[in-house]
Design a protein around this ligand. Structure first.
Ligand code: DGL
Length: 258
């Protein structure tokens, strides 16, 4: 079964490009359309109803572009809206959730840390996941301000360094041996995080798992692309320069109001 239609990927902003990178590496023949809703970022402090409504708007944009599958490359949108999306649209959705399971299963200290948005940590879906790992102590920390700094191109700023220190120090003191990055923006902070954490603490994000799941769904339900020309397309509704920079200026970014 061949299917040359594109895969649609959306996030509240530029962070989901970390997921796009994992998908593009695993599935280089697939055409991808990435949507950064940076005008409305961050989603993390918004109500569930607002997140559902923005996620529907993003999905409709991608469906208008004839996408065969939608990847919700945002933990906040997945944990708050994926059920509603699956209920409304007749297309497969793949979401991203914090990788609590591998961290809790492999932790020797039975203590893990999670850095995520308020929207993710407060969601019913996240609570359902953590309930399964009651033996593990989970230190939850909202990454207040991190997404805004990334969206403003301030990944390497002293403000960022300070915030990360204040969020991670209590986790180190609590003896975590795994840190879960529960927001698709945060993989861009791994170099700074590594400067703060002792080297025995593992850092996990969900990029590869989402890429593998995308591959599985294409294989089982949707079909792979066999097209020769598969240039990715990136759309943003605010600040194209920051999106272009995070992609190392290698791809064309289109600014469009949506
Ligand atoms: N990338 C989004 C996530 O994974 C960021 C959320 C936000 O916009 O606050 O949760």
């Amino acid at each position: 079964m061949d299917n040359n239609r594109p895969i649609g990927i959306f996030d509240s902003g530029i962070g989901g490009t970390s997921i796009w990178t994992a998908i593009n590496q695993l599935l280089p023949n697939e055409k991808t359309i990435y949507l950064a809703d940076s005008k409305n970022a961050p989603y993390g402090q918004k109500s569930k109803a607002e997140i559902v409504s923005l996620s529907k708007k993003n999905t409709e944009f991608l469906l208008d572009m004839d996408c065969k599958l939608i990847v919700v490359a945002c933990n906040t949108a997945t944990t708050n809206a994926i059920q509603e999306l699956r209920g409304k649209y007749n297309v497969p959705f793949i979401g991203i959730e914090p990788a609590i399971k591998p961290a809790a299963t492999n932790s020797k200290t039975q203590t893990i840390g999670i850095l995520a948005t308020q929207g993710t940590l407060n969601s019913a879906l996240f609570h359902k996941t953590t309930e399964k790992f009651q033996q593990t102590k989970i230190i939850e920390q909202v990454g207040h301000g991190l997404v805004q700094l990334i969206e403003n191109g301030k990944i390497n700023s002293s403000e960022m360094k300070q915030l990360l220190h204040s969020y991670l120090t209590p986790m180190i003191e609590a003896n975590i041996d795994y840190l879960v990055l529960g927001c698709s923006h945060y993989p861009y902070l791994i170099p700074q995080i590594k400067n703060i954490l002792p080297s025995h603490i593992h850092i996990i994000d969900s990029g590869e798992a989402v890429a593998k799941q995308t591959q599985n769904i294409l294989k089982e339900k949707v079909g792979f692309s066999i097209a020769k020309e598969n240039k990715p397309v990136f759309y943003t509704n605010s600040n194209p320069k920051v999106l272009s920079e995070i992609l190392k200026n290698k791809y064309t970014v289109i600014e469009k109001d949506f």
